[in-house]
Write a protein that binds this ligand. Structure first.
Ligand code: BG6
Length: 487
């Protein structure tokens, strides 16, 4: 790792992500004294405006999106003085030259570029940077998803950046990796002795990963339609969680060791076919209904026309390696679910032999369950068996839970925005929590097999009323195997 970059150059600075996440995160880093002295933020967008006008927009965004106790007039004023605004249209060499003038004399101390623009602008922007002399060995570039719509288009995006930057200068953002709870999966698995010996097909029956959202389209029609839940959520966030849950222990916490292990898992995902998609996948689309007591409209109504895009997907995945042979990973995510709830469930197998009557029958004996709740609350809950107090000759068992509320255990610690961690790591040049090109490609390879299967088998989204956990076929997907979703 080198000295942190002294300059942060943001493309797409007038966009929603910048207002909601990136500027509030940078502000929080400044407020906690984590930015280098003499730090400069160069913001760029297509609109023409001067520094003062842009600074005032940022100030509005901070007031709107920072936690109420975080906004401080003095820090906000200092933050404003760090920001310069430069209008840039991809392909406009004069504007890139003007941008270079803004950064003049600072390149040696490191430049972190952040692309928060549509991916079609990634390559032209990188080219503009190259032509303006802004790419040096001290330049890094971060990019937001989506990186392509399939494997082929992701290669085009990666090639576009890759011919100007080396892989160790490229930081692909998956904001789930910036979440404290996702990083905590590494601590849970590899910082404790008791989980790892059981973390395999011998003791685990199946794994569930759920990322439920209550929101609908949120005005993102133009992006979301034609993309859908599989590409929007599974291709990146859910597969990243899966890879951390399933990977072998890395030798150390460094970018190469961690990402080498993750990519092995992603490459071991069993591809789907036009046959297996029929039983191993469910697509859904929300129709009108009620979420948290509010009446909401359906996807097609929000869109203004019928569509074949799925807003829900449930999958039964297999990882074909030694550790996970025969263990299904049930994955599901959707919009307009009954609750915003992301969690991982590790369902253990029954005890090998019950001493409490035949198979524990009639005694209440149940297999153990470990629930790792990622959001909105953060907890780890282990359901274990305990004797029900009483004098019955036949022992009766009840499930009790070992509960660790991370929110309570670390009360008083501010919950950070995922982007704070990621921006700090980008500035420092640490790629551990960023996605390497081979990971993206392994992710797309598996997703493409599902999309191809859907096309060949003509699998269309089934309707589900908003406020439900997807169509009934999603329940059948897991219940056929004698298990059920942990709702
Ligand atoms: C984004 C998706 O990547 O993640 C959105 O494009 C989704 O559709 C969002 O709503 C969910 O992120 P979070 O942090 O709110 O769980």
């Amino acid at each position: 790792m080198t000295e942190p970059s002294a300059t942060f150059l943001l493309f797409g600075a007038t966009g929603d992500l910048a207002r909601r996440m990136i500027f509030p995160s940078l502000y929080n880093l400044l407020s906690d004294g984590l930015l280098p002295d003499d730090f400069m933020i160069v913001a760029s967008g297509r609109s023409e405006m001067d520094d003062a006008a842009f600074r005032s927009q940022v100030d509005d965004a901070l007031r709107q999106f920072l936690a109420t106790d975080r906004y401080d007039e003095e820090v906000a004023a200092r933050f404003g003085t760090m920001i310069a605004y430069q209008p840039v249209d991809a392909g406009n060499a004069d504007q890139f030259a003007a941008l270079a003038t803004r950064i003049d004399g600072r390149l040696e101390r490191g430049l972190s570029v952040y692309l928060s623009t549509p991916p079609s602008l990634f390559a032209p922007t990188a080219q503009g940077l190259a032509d303006a002399g802004l790419i040096t060995p001290h330049t890094r570039i971060a990019m937001e998803k989506p990186i392509g719509k399939d494997l082929a288009s992701s290669k085009v995006v990666n090639d576009g950046i890759g011919h100007l930057f080396a892989e160790d200068q490229i930081f692909r953002v998956d904001h789930y990796l910036g979440k404290e709870t996702v990083q905590n999966l590494l601590a849970l698995r590899f910082g404790n002795v008791m989980f790892e010996p059981l973390w395999n097909t011998t003791a685990i029956d199946h794994v569930q990963i759920t990322v439920g959202e209550t929101v609908g389209l949120e005005g993102r029609v133009s992006y979301y339609d034609g993309v859908g839940a599989l590409r929007d959520m599974v291709q990146n966030h859910i597969l990243q969680i899966l890879s951390i849950i399933a990977m072998e222990p890395p030798a150390r916490m460094d970018p190469t060791a961690v990402r080498d292990e993750k990519v092995k898992v992603l490459r071991s995902l069993r591809p789907m076919t036009d046959e297996t998609v029929k039983t191993h996948s469910v697509r859904g689309q929300y129709t009108p209904g009620a979420v948290s007591g509010q009446i909401v409209t359906g996807y097609a109504d929000e869109l203004g026309q019928p569509s074949d895009t799925e807003t829900f997907v449930a999958l039964k995945a297999y990882i074909d390696n030694w550790r996970w042979q025969g263990v299904p990973f049930y994955l599901r995510t959707g919009k307009r679910m009954p609750a915003r709830q992301s969690e991982i469930v590790i369902q253990f197998k029954p005890v090998r032999h019950s001493i409490f009557g035949r198979d524990g029958h009639g005694t209440g004996l149940e297999p153990n369950t470990l629930v790792i709740r990622l959001q909105p609350e953060e907890y780890i809950r282990l359901a274990i068996m305990s004797k029900r107090p009483g004098l019955e000759r036949q022992v009766k068992l009840d499930e009790v839970t070992l509960d660790v509320s991370l929110t309570a255990a670390f009360a008083g610690q501010r919950r950070r925005i995922a982007y704070e961690r990621l921006i700090l790591d980008l500035l420092a040049g640490d790629q551990t929590l960023f996605v390497r090109r081979d990971e993206v490609e392994a992710q797309w390879t598996w997703i493409d097999s599902i999309i191809d299967g859907w096309k060949e088998a003509n699998v269309k989204p089934a309707a589900y009323s908003s406020g439900n956990w997807g169509p009934s076929s999603a329940i059948a997907l897991i219940e056929r195997d004698g298990a059920s979703w942990h709702d």
